[in-house]
Design a protein around this ligand. Structure first.
Ligand code: DQQ
Length: 535
């Protein structure tokens, strides 16, 4: 394999070996955070899917338990696919998930499971009542191979409701199921919502408090707004809209009438099949998402592992009410070692400087930049209005600009042959209004062949007229997970350096624009390794 064992992540969630994908049924129960996830017990490629199970006190240190849900009944004998947890009125958790019932053809039904012993805070054993399962069949006009991933249920007006992802023609949609007792479920006539997007995998639907309020809401509480997310099979990205929900009709309407065409992404990088849960211990809503590898399948087999979960993120509605803000859970800061800081340093056009005094292959970096002037901002070509990624593909980190590109080179070799750039670039639209692009450019990240190195980018909905913008990057050996402008735009990338590994990885601040950039503050921390499932 070309992939060094030093590229195995240090503080991102993963099991000791084998393939993982979607996070399932995250919840908080009797003092423990639970995370289940799609897992192949037999190898580092997708297949033989069961629900692996880990528990944590702090979302950072993890203990692996036995798989919680594996094929064992007729309605899940060919696979236990994604699903969610709901806490019932008496506090009992219930899991709903998709079962595959036929060999070779992915015929899908929905199932339910309850803890064997609900006084066990670790919820080790789950039972699938034979008299209840399956709880939903692909009856009527439902496409049986595109019918999956039940959500956490919410309660209103005497009924539980949950969503199941699907498609009708090319319209992706979320079917609504209702139940009085959480045992017998019936499909509502209309879906909660639909859009011309292709199949919706892993829908998620939850209330949020008012604009700018960080407090999370339990899924059954009434929200000032609601968020509907779907994972698009076609693009393999997670998209969401903010809107309103009418429980009388069980219909959701996005606030922006063009919302379904101009949807936001949780993350503009490698982040899929995500799911949120409400954490009553800290009254916050937390987002988990899966990041696949971008090396080759033979490399995955040689490493004997594939897939990680992104750092869990607290999410809330930003002050504009138009998008979510995302920030790594505060518990991550437990892993920070001694800080190294830089303040008031100007980076002239074409210059860069190294951040020294710490090992940067497993680090957390926070930077506040200040742009000297926006006068030199390049004119924005409206042809890229809907395609930040394409724009960044054309104007990568090495393409000289006006205001920016400026940002970080992470996992960089001392000779800069290898580097992953995380940066901003400021444009001006036809009215002279600044527009900020955030990119991760991994095209120089490795000299190794056979790597998928897509440039990732998103626009940042922030007011940069003061010249100020912040960036946080979580660097973890083969992961760069970045949060622009306080979590307005996020980008997770997988990279596999061949030289910039371990102590040979360096960190720099660079400026390839024509305007001076000031690093008002930069703090970098080495990150300790948490308990990670016994690995
Ligand atoms: N992964 C699961 C499905 C889901 C897909 C199967 C999304 O339930 O739709 O492993 O990555």
């Amino acid at each position: 394999s070309i992939v060094s064992p030093l590229l195995r992540t240090g503080y991102h969630f993963q099991p000791p070996r084998n393939w993982i994908n979607d996070p399932n049924a995250p919840m908080y129960y009797k003092g423990w955070y639970h995370l289940f996830y799609q897992y192949n017990p037999k190898g580092a490629v997708w297949g033989n899917i069961v629900w692996a199970h880990s528990v944590s006190r702090d979302l950072i240190n993890w203990i692996a338990l036995e798989p919680a849900i594996s094929p064992s009944i007729p309605s899940d004998q060919y696979g236990c696919w994604s699903g969610s947890a709901t806490l019932l009125h008496d506090g009992t958790p219930a899991i709903t998930y998709t079962g595959i019932t036929r060999p070779n053809i992915n015929y899908q039904v929905q199932n339910i499971a309850f803890p064997k012993n609900k006084s066990d805070p670790l919820l080790r054993e789950w039972v699938k009542p034979a008299e209840l399962n399956p709880i939903a069949l692909p009856e009527g006009d439902i496409n049986a191979t595109q019918f999956r991933d039940p959500t956490t249920a919410w309660y209103a007006d005497g009924h539980w409701r949950m969503l199941v992802g699907g498609v009708r023609g090319t319209r992706g949609l979320a079917f609504v199921y209702r139940s009085r007792d959480f045992r017998r479920w019936a499909r509502a006539k209309h879906p909660l919502h639909s859009a011309l997007t292709g199949m919706w995998e892993c829908p998620d639907f939850f209330p949020v408090s008012g604009s700018g309020q960080e407090e999370g809401l339990d899924t059954s509480e009434a929200g000032a707004k609601y968020v509907l997310k779907s994972s698009l099979d076609l693009t393999r990205y997670d998209y969401y809209t903010v809107g309103s929900y009418d429980w009388r009709k069980d219909r959701y309407v996005p606030d922006d009438p063009a919302g379904d065409e101009h949807r936001r992404r949780y993350d503009y990088g490698n982040f899929y099949a995500s799911k949120t849960f409400y954490d009553p211990a800290k009254r916050r809503r937390i987002l988990w998402g899966w990041a696949n590898e971008s090396d080759s399948v033979p490399d995955d087999k040689a490493k004997d592992w594939a897939g990680i979960q992104a750092i869990p993120r607290k999410i809330w509605l930003d002050p504009s009410g138009k998008q979510l803000l995302q920030w790594p859970v505060e518990e991550l800061e437990e892993l920070r070692g001694k800080p190294v800081s830089v303040a008031g340093k100007v980076v002239k056009p074409g210059e860069h400087f190294e951040v020294t005094g710490l090992a940067t292959y497993q680090a957390d970096v926070e930077v506040s930049f200040e742009v000297s002037s926006l006068d030199r901002a390049e004119p924005f070509d409206p042809a890229y209005a809907d395609d930040a990624q394409k724009l960044c593909g054309v104007k990568g980190a090495d393409a000289k600009g006006g205001v920016g590109p400026f940002g970080l080179w992470v996992l960089a070799s001392a000779d800069l042959q290898e580097k992953t750039a995380v940066f901003f670039r400021v444009f001006k639209d036809g009215y002279g209004k600044p527009m900020v692009l955030m990119c991760t450019d991994p095209t120089k990240s490795s000299l190794s062949p056979d790597l998928y190195k897509p440039t990732f980018a998103g626009f940042v909905d922030t007011d940069i007229s003061s010249g100020k913008i912040t960036l946080r990057s979580l660097i973890d050996r083969s992961v760069v997970e970045s949060f622009g402008a306080g979590g307005r735009t996020c980008i997770l990338s997988r990279v596999y350096p061949s030289i910039a590994i371990g102590k040979d990885a360096h960190l720099y601040v660079f400026n390839n624009g024509e305007a001076d950039i000031k690093v008002s503050h930069l703090t970098a921390w080495e990150m300790k390794k948490p308990l990670m499932n016994g690995a």
